[in-house]
Design a protein around this ligand. Structure first.
Ligand SMILES: C[S@@+](CC[C@H](N)C(=O)[O-])C[C@H]1O[C@@H](n2cnc3c(N)ncnc32)[C@H](O)[C@@H]1O
Length: 246
């Protein structure tokens, strides 16, 4: 894939999982450059539809919300509301902690925690983490973020009771591999995933970005696929919902 927005490889160590962003068993990280590239492609699709933002964004398989937190840190001037959900209640605590870093209170709390580690252990890694936290703090100055909500939900079961206003962007890194697999009673989780997010997307001004391993077929009758790329072991597709005819 050729990068259109994140043309240069930057140093993303400030975003490293476990440094300032929290990590835990059962959660995964996501390449920062790729996350930023994909969300900017989503912004571009919405702009072309006449929607200038700020936008609402939802990850229905959020894990520890690493992807959403990185996006929120880098692009909070363009995002108003974040929703995050996962079927696994055990990862939602980490998701909430990561998403708290998008607020002044949350990042200050993390800074105090790292300062305490420095007092206790005086390790070089904690000193550099504090420097990263200071730089991430400056990322959220000028943020347009109004709300951040994390909740438990099975995306294949259409059981959402939390999102009342339809969203502009659904972005998700689908479960695959050894650490995280689909958990669902559905006979076809991928089809049910598409069906369920269709009902949550704003009909005209919305875009769906799906990242997956190469084994999953990224297509569905209710969506028009508008971009498709391969990036190493992953594939990524952007979709727009096809309007239901009356
Ligand atoms: C690849 S991980 C996502 C990682 C996340 N993007 C991040 O940045 O931390 C996939 C997630 O899908 C979740 N998952 C599996 N089946 C699900 C389902 N039916 N509904 C919602 N989430 C599900 C897993 O619990 C896992 O956390």
């Amino acid at each position: 894939m050729e990068y259109k927005y994140e043309r240069n490889k930057e140093n993303y160590e400030d975003f490293a999982s476990g440094r300032v962003l929290y990590n835990a068993q059962g959660t995964t990280a996501f390449p920062v450059r790729l996350a930023s590239e994909i969300v900017q492609r989503c912004f571009q699709v919405l702009e072309a539809k006449g929607s200038k933002g700020p936008y609402s964004i939802y990850d229905p398989c959020c894990g520890g919300a690493y992807l959403l937190t990185v996006i929120g840190l880098l692009h909070n001037d363009r995002i108003q509301r974040i929703y995050a959900s996962d079927i696994n209640a055990d990862v939602l605590g980490i998701a909430e902690k990561n998403l708290s870093l998008l607020t002044v209170t949350g990042i200050n709390k993390r800074k105090e925690q790292i300062k305490e580690y420095i007092r206790l252990y005086n390790k070089a890694s904690h000193i550099s983490a504090l420097e990263s936290a200071e730089r991430l703090s400056s990322c959220i100055a000028g943020s347009n973020m109004e709300s951040v909500t994390a909740f438990q939900s099975d995306v294949t079961a259409s059981d959402n009771k939390v999102i009342h206003n339809r969203v502009n962007i659904v972005i998700t890194d689908l479960p695959y591999g050894d650490i995280v697999t689909w958990r669902s009673d559905s006979s076809d989780p991928l089809v049910d995933f598409f069906d369920s997010v269709y009902d949550l997307l704003e009909p005209t001004h919305s875009v769906l970005a799906v990242i997956a391993d190469k084994s999953q077929k990224l297509k569905h009758e209710k969506f028009r696929r508008i971009e498709f790329v391969k990036i190493g072991k992953r594939q990524m597709a952007l979709f727009e919902p096809i309007k239901a005819s009356n």
